[in-house]
Design a protein. Sequence first.
Length: 126
Amino acid sequence: MGSGLKVRRVGQIAMTVGDVERARAFYGDVLELTHLFDAPPRMSFFDCGGIRLLLGEAEDGSQERPTILYLDVADIQGAHETLAGRGVHFDAAPHKVADLGDRELWLAFFRDSEGNLLALMSEMPK
């Protein structure tokens, strides 16, 4: 089945935390994961065996703590079109969320059949 959807790997997992400073200390000092970088607002990123782990505080201050699975794809536009053609509803079209120097990070969020939050992600060279 030839399509624009080709998931290369789990690229990132996001976990909502109550206190990003406390979580940064736990994941860095206790679990000894390699700290990659921090980003506003209140996010910290670690390497977890080749998968990026995002720890972030809920922007709205809620106690809801969703986990988000990010699927790395080479062609985010093609993957978006393929999934939309299969009836997947996206919150928004793929869009750039970060300039990482030599590349840009693009995301597109959607939900699975059970209501879990997922995202397509693609780091595209400039």
